[in-house]
Write a protein that binds this ligand. Structure first.
Ligand code: NDP
Length: 329
């Protein structure tokens, strides 16, 4: 590790925005391997943590950033020096120091080798958002959903999870309907493979217990009234993978879709995803996307842009995914 000091964004106390601090190697925690972080990403949870909002960081001080990718500089846990690795979730920025640091010491358990085609930049273009979308699709597949069953709805479609869900499902041959509140982004969503755009308002009224059957399945990153409206419109025997709460954490629904239409509600958590599930999801993502495929869904940003980007993602003003150049400082 040549540099004696390096930069990191740290949450220093509850309810206070994270600060750019200078750290030394001795400030890093425990872990199996030491990584020179080259890239990280921006997720909704990163926005909350960076701006000192409750619900993410659970011990202070703590380095923010729920995702990281980089090069191993001290081998450990089965990973060799020089190897490119990726870690997402796994309580980074919650209880463990995260990816907004030019070096980080990490536990090997949830680390994966950087996917071959995607590399470290591509892995962070995917990041927690894209991995979660893939986990949702894996759950739908395991529930027996196939492209022949009918259209699949994605809510919060221009977000990080939503953009990936639209693109993954389209690449797998599904007819994808994308629900969005962003009227200016219809062309973006059709470019990702959506064949129909559903206005967010259509899913935000008072939910009925059951409504006309429309979709074979759905990936929902919004929750609340939106999820309740989606459930009421899933076809008999269909399934919904629910992963987010961009519209609220409540669920004002009835049991009617479950007991009268055999609908399944499948929860998806990416933070504690098991190593074998992560490996499957990354391998599927690596098959589906090359680095260049990801450019239309991704913007590049520098480390110093993080405070401004945090405010933007909480305002719903970020389209797709953001890759953070951590090495560049
Ligand atoms: P983004 O902010 O990138 O996307 C969220 C999208 O939801 C927005 O782009 C917008 O899309 C839509 N949206 C925002 N506010 C509202 C609202 N009030 N009502 C309805 N729709 C809204 O976030 P991410 O994609 O990174 O994350 C999405 C959700 O998933 C978050 O709640 C996040 O915490 C959760 N998540 C959960 C994970 C897990 O492991 N379970 C992992 C990753 C994320 P549009 O303008 O197109 O409507």
């Amino acid at each position: 590790m040549p540099e004696t000091t390096f930069q990191a964004y740290q949450a220093t106390a509850p309810k206070r925005p994270a600060e750019l601090v200078t750290l030394a190697r001795d400030d890093l925690g425990e872990g199996d391997l030491l990584v020179r972080v080259t890239h990280s990403s921006l997720n909704y949870k990163d926005g909350l943590a960076l701006l000192g909002k409750p619900g993410v960081v659970r011990s202070f001080p703590l380095t923010c950033g729920i995702d990281l990718a980089g090069e191993v500089v001290e081998a450990g846990g089965g990973f060799a020096e020089g190897e490119q690795v990726v870690l997402t979730g796994a309580e980074l920025s919650e209880t463990k120091p995260g990816g907004y640091s030019q070096y980080q010491r990490i536990a090997a358990e949830s680390v994966v080798a950087a996917p071959e085609r995607l590399g470290t930049w591509g892995a962070m273009a995917v990041g927690t958002g894209g991995l979660t979308a893939m986990l949702c699709v894996l759950r739908l597949e395991a529930a027996g959903v196939t492209p022949d069953d009918g259209p699949v709805l994605v809510t919060g479609a221009t977000g990080g999870v939503g953009s990936f869900a639209v693109s993954i499902l389209s690449r797998l041959g599904y007819e994808v309907h994308a629900s969005t509140g962003s009227e200016s982004e219809h062309a973006y969503l059709t470019g990702l493979g959506a064949s129909e755009i559903i206005a967010r308002d259509e899913l935000s009224g008072d939910p009925r217990p059951l409504a006309k059957e429309r979709w074979a399945a759905a990936v929902d990153s919004v929750g609340s009234t939106t999820l309740a409206n989606v459930l009421s419109q899933i076809r008999y025997g269909g399934a919904v993978a629910a992963c987010g709460l961009a519209g609220g954490h409540d669920l004002p629904a009835t049991v009617m879709p479950f007991i009268l239409r055999n609908v399944a509600l499948l929860g998806v958590d990416s933070v504690h995803a098991a190593p074998d599930v992560r490996a499957t999801a990354w391998s599927r993502l690596d098959e589906l996307f090359s680095e260049s495929d990801l450019r239309s869904m991704t913007v590049d940003a520098s480390f110093g842009d993080l405070p401004e980007l945090a405010a933007q993602i909480l305002d719903g003003a970020i389209r797709g995914r953001v890759v953070i150049d951590v090495a560049g400082g």
